[in-house]
Ligand binder design. Sequence first.
Ligand code: UDP
Length: 310
Amino acid sequence: MKTIAVAGAAGFIGSNLCERLLKEGSAVIGIDNFASSSRKNIDFLSEFGNFSFLEHNVQEPLEIKENVSQLYNCASPASPVDFAKIPIEILMTNSLGIKNLLDFCLEKKARFLQTSTSEVYGDPLVHPQKESYFGNVNPIGERACYDESKRFAEALIMSYRRKYNLEVRIARIFNTYGPRMRKDDGRVVPTFIGQALSNKPITVFGKGKQTRSFCFVSDQVDGLVKLMNSGFAGPVNIGNPVEITMIELAEKIISLSGSKSEIVFRPLLHSDDPRKRKPDISLAKEKLGWAPEVPWQEGIKKTIAWFREN
Ligand code: UDP
């Protein structure tokens, strides 16, 4: 049986990933400090016999006695609301924290997978975004704590690969949604669903013409597992290339939830809010044989159902 460590196990993507790995029969050691995640997700995972949990801040060196062969790093606050609240925490998690996890993998001879982000492309001037695009990031803007630390992380990881021959994998995750997102996370999908289910106004920021491409979490997790077990280091985009505007998203959520909500317009949270985002996933198709399968209407329906129950 493989023993796999997941940093950020109590978070949205981390907990869905742990569930998948446990169902496949691996032993999973979850690591989290609950900076932006929920203990409920750990309670749920504890129902699996092969799950163990370590409350730990990755900014401290990681020590585990088990023979870990793979480590997935999903430990980072990722909501623009967090960027304003805990920017320094985010910068340190994605720099010092990653160094600690890389050193741990060196010692264990474990393979390291980083959940990087489409935010490394910033407000992109190239559309759709290919991995070869270097990005358009404001290094001192309100999103910089996240964007720049994730860029630093990629540089650090590739340096460990070059200098120490460490086995690394880098996934650039595009907007992902689904069950176990935090309701008050501030990100657009849980916010709109929460507003729709309570018949409150749907707050579209700016003119609502900005686009995103939303990937259902089971597809995302599948991409991460395929990348980890492939022979390809990446970076590789993992996302759903179906691109929609925020107005389209609001309208779809209103209609699928049967809500009486109206759309209202509010100022953009950050001036650096990317105007468009869509992954080119040719590389993931070619190297991993991966492409998303869940159409967004179906994924949104499942997510609405989950928020209703929870
Ligand atoms: N957004 C919105 N209303 C909200 C929350 C977000 O219109 O209540 C917009 C936001 O301005 C952005 C898009 O939705 O253009 C996606 O935002 P999110 O915070 O989910 O993630 P991002 O892709 O910006 O990191």
